[in-house]
Design a protein around this ligand. Structure first.
Ligand SMILES: Cc1ncc(C[n+]2csc(CCOP(=O)(O)OP(=O)(O)O)c2C)c(N)n1
Ligand SMILES: [Mg+2]
Length: 447
């Protein structure tokens, strides 16, 4: 098991000027009165940008002064294998999408796997209460988090293909819009940033629950682009004013589709906003898995101990296109992407670190890649061969409690239509054949 020896990071003061000579404090406030006219535009107290916490350098060596967390070989291998799984999965799904079968988004290996490992389910034990409060609220690039938790490739593929094994979504969500009560993963929703205030609400609910108060936090992932939404501000304000143990993980990968971060904000990234809400904040190198692990683990402890929100900004660079519908070379240089793939590559850095400890070799690398590709292909083939859920599942558990009239009406209408056209109209025949029992659950049901 890994233990972190890094001392608790201190928060930097808002601006050092306030610590110089002052004339007392404003009434009912800790704001020092100063006689100098001076504006500030930095949360570090100088003209510096907020620093970025790093453990490993670009070639996997510990940076001067950094303490490498205690890490055993088995755990390091697990981290590495999970990182390698993400590009393997991406490549296979990319090709599948090109055949028109599904669509997907790229992942960010070190940020996703490092933070998932730091959010081990020891604070999220699977129980009935957990079924009510799904402690991870993601955006869409966090497939690696749920894989880390044991969700499995078959389940990922089932969701992407919307087949009968997609037990939570029943094929009703778009690909990669995963959700799982069992793995405490709130269903991804397409409108950006909705998960942020929801996560603050989940955190608050956890705090109000006597069973979970002392061991649970809600973790919320979002991109720097999503942080431009009003919901970001609503969520952080909510989590700070009505204190809730909510850990916000901002993945700053430099782009919101084609909009570079330089056009998304004028201030110092997302981290600078944390102190505005009174939220403990740290910026971390999102391509350094050990830095992410240490920072998120510390952030998690802080969130739990204080019962308050914490913000982590993980700095990265999206080397892939935004999604399969995007061609990023229309708005950025190919050479820039190639450079960023080489410099600070999260997987290569950690592999070099593993090699320096004698934990990894070229042969193992080849074996791992072959094994992962085999696993992904097997899951893909299985998913392709399975039918969709029964057609009638579409109308079930849409809302809790009694079925509302509109759902009943819609089911009735579809049933009438497939009775009339299903047996005779070729496109419908073909479509119905994709469902388990070919729609008979509706046409042969008593109602
Ligand atoms: C409210 C809303 N506006 C716009 C979109 C379209 N959209 C989908 S992803 C995306 C970019 C998000 O960027 P970021 O949050 O940085 O996440 P990243 O894709 O970089 O991980 C946009 C604009 C959306 N889904 N929802
Ligand atoms: Mg982004």
């Amino acid at each position: 098991m890994l233990r972190c020896k890094i001392p608790t990071p201190r928060l930097r003061s808002l601006h050092s000027q306030s610590r110089s000579v002052h004339l007392g404090y404003l009434p009912n406030s800790r704001s020092p009165i100063v006689p100098t006219l001076s504006f500030f535009n930095s949360v570090t107290g100088s003209d510096e940008k907020i620093p970025t916490f790093r453990v490993l350098d670009g070639v996997g060596k510990p940076v001067d002064g950094a303490e490498v967390p205690e890490l055993d070989e088995a755990f390091a291998r697990k981290l590495y294998e999970n990182m390698q799984l993400l590009p393997t999965l991406d490549t296979v799904l990319y090709n599948v999408q090109r055949q028109g079968k599904t669509s997907f988004h790229y992942g960010e290996e070190a940020t996703i796997i490092g933070s998932a490992a730091a959010l081990e389910p020891d604070d999220d034990i699977v129980d009935l209460i957990a079924l009510l409060f799904f402690p991870i609220a993601g955006q869409y690039r966090e497939m690696g988090v749920i894989l880390w938790r044991g969700y499995g490739l078959d389940a990922i593929m089932a969701q992407c293909f919307g087949n009968m094994d997609d037990t939570a979504g029943k094929g009703r969500q778009m690909p990669v819009h995963i959700g799982s009560p069992k793995y405490h993963f709130h269903t991804i929703s397409s409108p950006l940033a909705t998960q942020i205030p929801q996560a603050a609400g989940v955190g608050y609910a956890l705090r109000r629950s006597p069973d979970r108060r002392s061991r649970s936090i809600a973790a919320c992932y979002f991109g720097e682009g999503a942080a431009s939404e009003g919901d970001f501000h609503a969520g952080l304000l909510l989590a700070s004013t009505i204190p809730s143990p909510t850990l916000f993980i901002a993945r700053n990968n430099g782009f919101a589709i084609s909009t570079p971060s330089s056009e998304q904000y004028y201030g110092d990234g997302i981290a600078s906003r944390g102190p505005g809400y009174g939220i403990d904040t740290i910026r971390v190198d999102g391509n350094d898995i050990l830095a992410v692990l240490v920072a998120v683990r510390e952030a998690r402890k802080r969130t739990l101990k204080q019962g308050r929100a914490v913000l982590v900004e993980a700095m990265s660079y999206r080397v892939g296109h935004h999604s399969t519908s995007d061609d990023s070379f229309a708005y950025r240089q190919r050479s820039e992407v190639e450079d960023r793939k080489r410099v600070d590559n999260p997987i290569a850095r950690f592999r070099l670190f593993m090699e320096s400890r004698g934990w990894w070799s070229v042969t193992e690398e080849e074996e791992l890649k072959a094994r992962l590709k085999g696993d992904v292909m097997k899951a893909l083939k299985r998913a392709e061969s399975l039918p969709r859920c029964e057609l009638g599942e579409m109308f079930k558990d849409v809302y809790g409690g009694e079925e509302p009239w509109n759902i009943t009406e819609q089911r009735g209408e579809l049933t009438r239509l497939i009775k009339k056209y299903g047996p005779v109209w070729e496109p419908w025949k073909k479509e119905l054949a994709k469902f388990k029992n070919g729609g008979k659950d509706l046409t042969q049901s008593a109602s």
